[in-house]
Ligand binder design. Sequence first.
Ligand SMILES: NC(=O)c1ccc[n+]([C@@H]2O[C@H](COP(=O)([O-])OP(=O)(O)OC[C@H]3O[C@@H](n4cnc5c(N)ncnc54)[C@H](OP(=O)(O)O)[C@@H]3O)[C@@H](O)[C@H]2O)c1
Length: 294
Amino acid sequence: MGTPTRRSVLSGAAAAAGLGVLARPAAADQAGRFTGKVVLITGGTSGIGEATARAFAAAGAKVAFCGRRTDRGREVERGIRATRGEATYIQADVRKPSSVQHFVGSAVQRYGRLDIAFNNAGVQISAPLHEVTLEQWDDVTNTNARGVFLTMKYQIPHMLRTGGHIIVNSSVGALIGRPNLSTYQATKQAVQALVKAAALEYGSQGIRVNAILPGITDTAMIRPPGLDDATWRRVLAYVGQENVDGLKRTATPQMIASAVLGLAGEEFAYLTGACVPVDGGIAAGRRMLTPPLP
Ligand SMILES: NC(=O)c1ccc[n+]([C@@H]2O[C@H](COP(=O)([O-])OP(=O)(O)OC[C@H]3O[C@@H](n4cnc5c(N)ncnc54)[C@H](OP(=O)(O)O)[C@@H]3O)[C@@H](O)[C@H]2O)c1
């Protein structure tokens, strides 16, 4: 539609990027930490959700995850099982109530309970508000906001029996206004409202509800198509240096997964209703996305 996208902004940055290599995965050894726990993840077919599925499985959890791409889902499932992890891919589209109900129901049927949910599936659009079509608005809001509502709606009845912890993937972008991200940011703020209200509604019944707010993370969501790996690494290094005020580097999906596992652990048993930035300091600096190129 000819509007600037976040991808095209990053593509533009490629031309000027000539900096060093970026972040390393931070995979703490968590073996056995979640043994006996059943974890549900939406959007586990790539990016942050995939990394979180792999990390929970490596830590002993039984993981059920969804996404629309069956080939990717089966590949991730095979990869986890090859490392002796327990995981099941269930095809589901979080925009559709019957699909979400089937995902949650099948997962609980297979593993017998539900302890932790990471409601992570999301899509992004970047365009000036007046150019966002109703179809785009509906697609992004139905995925990012209604999808989180639906997953919580079908997860909570199971957790009311056993207690549980829901972690929603919002975004640090929800804390600051940014041009061209109105629809995406609206959804990411909306889910924070769901998190806070649900934390109050269910806290006394043993269910905790929190949100994680990742900063700029190296996934397909932000990577321009067709860019070779070396150029992409230089772009990320440049973007991290210019936009991540604290740590001066972007995140890997494994870093965000590691934070999700941290929040899900007993160490944070008193945390609920919180929206936790894991953003390298972006929120602290109140600056985001690529500035004018030098
Ligand atoms: N990357 C970042 O910089 C960043 C920063 C802050 C927050 N986040 C958030 O992190 C979450 C994960 O994104 P990512 O960065 O890991 O990007 P990604 O690699 O594109 O992952 C998005 C995931 O969501 C799934 N998904 C999308 N629409 C879906 C639907 N209708 N039903 C079921 N699954 C669906 C995708 O699976 P299928 O395509 O197979 O359906 C995929 O597994 C998103 O909520 C995003 O907003 C990302």
